[in-house]
Design a protein around this ligand. Structure first.
Ligand SMILES: [Zn+2]
Length: 263
């Protein structure tokens, strides 16, 4: 049985540690000290590292970890120049097997936040590590890709089985939900989720993971076909929006300048 432990880091990152039988996999180790401390505390051996994209808060801990360990370091081939320490370069459709933990991940290319961003899906354990592509009630900013690319990437993730647990890399949920209720007034699933997450956060618990099915009910970036969202995004953009991808682009732009009333 695999345990997935969130390791909070920086102001709002989660580094994910998967472990079982004394063996561990670290996902997006932005802070090496945090991962190292967790390994020591639980007496785990680092069997592999998975990286989703090149941003420093996802890879900054690699030098520290690689001084003490010699695991395979998996990450996107398209960003290999930007990620010192990668040893296994991945493309869309590749498989990553980690026999020490009995895990087999399918690699999905999900460009948008960065151009080479990848996600890792473990079908048997129903786990998805999607970095900064999909967030609970939100999605990543478009630093490198186009709205078309990001929309297609989100659709790919949304097409995975609904009971897949979605592990994203940041605790942005309450501010995302605040935007979601502005964008789609009248969606009761948003209010229910705000209550659930407020309670979790009051107890200092992470709101992550979510499930893909659950996300479909309140995440505006997965609901671009909804007429209410098309209407509110169109009102914000100052023009009627027809295609889902246009609604997505307008929502993302609106969110970029949105000041949340929730933390
Ligand atoms: Zn990022």
């Amino acid at each position: 049985m695999i345990t997935v432990t969130p390791l909070p880091a920086f102001s709002d990152n989660y580094l994910w540690l998967l472990h079982c039988n004394g063996q561990a996999v670290a996902v997006d180790p932005g802070d090496g000290q945090v991962v190292q401390a967790a390994l020591r505390e639980r007496r785990l051996r680092l069997a592999a590292i998975l990286v989703t994209h090149h941003h420093p808060d996802h890879i900054g801990g690699l030098p520290t970890l690689l001084r003490g360990w010699d695991p395979p370091v998996y990450g996107p081939r398209a960003e290999a120049q930007l990620i010192p320490g990668l040893t296994r370069l991945l493309d869309d459709g590749d498989r990553v097997t980690i026999p020490e933990l009995g895990l087999a991940f399918q690699v999905l290319a999900v460009p948008g936040h960065t151009l080479g961003h990848i996600a890792y899906h473990e079908a048997a354990e129903k786990l998805l590590f999607c970095g900064d592509t999909l967030f609970v009630a939100g999605c990543g900013r478009l630093f490198e890709g186009t709205p078309q690319q990001m929309y297609a990437s989100l659709q790919r993730l949304a097409a995975l089985p609904g009971d897949t647990a979605m592990y994203c890399a940041h605790e942005y949920t309450l501010s995302n939900l605040d935007f979601a209720r502005q964008a789609e007034p009248g969606n009761f699933a948003i209010g229910a989720e705000i209550e659930r997450v407020r309670e979790l956060r009051a107890g200092r618990q992470p709101s992550v993971p979510s499930t893909l099915r659950w996300e479909q009910s309140f995440n505006p970036f997965l609901r671009c076909m909804e007429p209410v969202l098309a209407k509110s995004a169109g009102a914000h953009a100052g023009q009627p929006l027809v295609e889902a991808v246009e609604v997505f682009a307008a929502l993302r732009q609106w969110k970029d300048g949105y000041k949340s009333a929730l933390p």
